[in-house]
Design a protein around this ligand. Structure first.
Ligand SMILES: [Zn+2]
Length: 245
């Protein structure tokens, strides 16, 4: 197994902590720059087990990133919901993941610009759009809850994938409808990123990054990994303009 020098201290720390607790199995952290998705999967597995062997949270890591800058191995677009502790549930520490949080994990102008920065300037090899079960923003869109001001615009954005689910699956209702809408909303955010960002499309074309969907279960702590957008190839061809109307 190859260990990236940037991550080696965390790898070593993890082995020491694991050796000092009650767990008997040897814990192995993959190289996140070589296998970013596998690193997040492994981090989520540690979180679900209740492991406290989080890497990269000590004074040395703070000092190192303050002096040498950040080199995150993934960007994550997630919901602002207080029950979704993004770094913790992915087993990430300081400087590991570039997180964009917004209600309903939408990708409108500012969120897409933030992902642009992570892809074009920080060169993250992976972008994840992370939805979650029981999302209040998606629930509000499904229920057409009356809102005011800026929240109205945000919910209108989420309403589009909700309506698409209603058209394709008129038989769904209750939790089944909500869960389908949450997944559709993840795909919509990925679609927005690909459609509205030249940087993202270029990085995908050059195999410099990839975009994957995922859904976090509030109760079990498990992340369900959805993979890339099923119509990514079509979106790449159809997209040509930067920015939102
Ligand atoms: Zn939410």
């Amino acid at each position: 197994m190859k260990i990236n020098p940037l991550y080696a201290p965390a790898f070593i720390t993890s082995l020491i902590i694991v050796a000092g607790c009650s767990q008997t199995s040897t814990e192995v952290i993959v190289d996140p720059f070589e296998s970013p998705l596998e690193a997040l999967e492994e981090g989520n597995e540690r979180f679900r087990r209740g492991s406290r062997s989080y890497p990269h949270l000590d004074a040395a890591r703070r000092h190192d990133t303050a002096i040498h800058g950040q080199h995150p191995f993934a960007a994550v677009v997630a919901c602002s919901d207080s029950r979704v502790p993004v770094e913790e549930l992915l087993g990430a520490g300081i400087g590991d993941i570039f997180v964009i949080r917004v209600a309903g994990n939408v990708c409108m102008t500012d969120e897409t610009g933030s992902v642009d920065y992570a892809v074009a300037h920080l060169h993250v090899p992976l972008v994840v759009v992370l939805g979650h079960t029981g999302c209040g923003a998606v629930t509000a869109a499904v229920k057409h809850s009356p809102e005011h001001g800026s929240l109205t615009r945000l919910l209108a954005h989420i309403d589009e994938p909700v309506q698409e689910v209603r058209r394709k699956h008129p038989d769904l209702n209750g939790d089944a409808l909500l869960n389908a809408a949450i997944e559709a909303n993840v795909w919509r955010s990925i679609e927005d990123l690909i459609t509205h960002s030249n940087s993202v499309r270029g990085a995908i074309c050059d195999n410099q990054t990839r975009i994957e969907g995922a859904i976090y279960d509030l109760d079990t702590g498990e992340v369900r990994w959805l993979g890339p957008h099923p119509k990514q190839a079509d979106l790449m061809v159809a997209s040509s303009d930067d920015g939102f109307e």
